[in-house]
Design a binder for this molecule. Structure first.
Ligand code: ADP
Length: 270
């Protein structure tokens, strides 16, 4: 069964001009998919459609096999968590622990189980020392980690990251990308990440490229990175590992080119 199945989805904000145009894609359960595209290509609109914040003009969205409609939108939201670009708008509690507890209360988790869950999810995102801190006073990367902890506590099947790392410095980005990879590898959560970060795209399993509200290309990172001209047109840069390993391949030093730094290291250590 697919985690998400989108068929012939169209949407317009003003009832006239479609900003999502006949979009179809499928996200297998447990996979790690990224959506990339220029500003205004419709990425965030798709995220909002997937969690039922916006209503499609036509087409169908299936979450875990169930067609999203007005009746089941709230129950399906128990299965889909979303981490926004600016998590400040997502914080409700005055401390990190309260904030995570609030989500658990909403999901009717018994009081006696809460403390253990809060401690577990805080540890998973390396925020155990910050449980008494005020979320809004944390750094950008720490805020993102708290937002992820809040979502993890509810244990959804699918997590959508909507440009969650775009406001972070390179170190913050790398740390969140590592968290995302861990969620995928260790907990088998389906990840859908909307991103500008081509290093993150390289670490995902499947990529959907949007252009002007349409799917321009989809495939594995390696397949997508072969379309260098198209990516350049869309101002999407190749990841560093790929440019670097292609140079070494051209020099005859590497036998292949690689998308991620891990793959480059593997090649070097052979
Ligand atoms: P992206 O996330 O790829 O930057 P968006 O989904 O935010 O793109 O936007 C897609 C299109 O919809 C753009 O043309 C944008 O101007 C338009 N748009 C986004 N939000 C609104 C809104 N609330 N009202 C009207 N138009 C909007």
């Amino acid at each position: 069964m697919s985690a998400v199945e989108v068929s012939h989805l169209s949407f317009s904000y003003d009832g006239q001009n479609d900003v999502i145009k006949d979009v179809s894609f499928e996200i297998p359960k447990g996979s790690y998919t990224t959506i990339v595209g220029h500003n205004g290509s419709g990425k965030s609109t798709i995220a909002k459609l997937l969690i039922g914040l916006l209503k499609a003009k036509s087409g169908e969205i299936k979450i875990l096999g169930n067609t999203l409609n007005e009746e089941n939108v709230y129950s399906l939201r128990n299965h889909v968590g979303i981490v926004f670009q600016n998590p400040d708008n997502q914080f409700i509690g005055s401390t990190v622990a309260d904030d995570i507890a609030f989500g658990l209360e909403n999901h009717c988790v018994p009081q006696e189980q809460m403390q253990a869950i809060i401690e577990d999810v805080a540890a998973r995102v390396n925020m155990s020392d910050f449980l008494d801190s005020e979320p809004t006073k944390l750094s950008g990367g720490q805020k993102q980690r708290v937002a992820i902890a809040g979502i993890l506590a509810i244990a959804p099947d699918i997590i959508i990251f909507d440009e969650s790392t775009s406001m972070l410095d390179p170190q913050g980005k790398a740390s969140i990308n590592e968290q995302i990879q861990k969620l995928h590898d260790e907990r088998n959560i389906t990840i859908l990440s909307i991103t500008h970060d081509m290093e993150e795209v390289a670490q995902s399993e499947y990529v959907i490229v949007l252009k002007d509200g349409k799917v321009e290309m989809q495939g594995t990172p390696k397949q997508i990175f072969e379309h260098k001209g198209k990516l350049k047109e869309m101002k999407l840069e190749l990841p560093f590992a790929l440019s670097f390993s292609e140079k070494l391949k051209n020099e005859g030093i590497f036998k292949d080119s690689y998308c991620t730094l891990d793959e480059v290291v593997n090649e070097l250590c052979q």
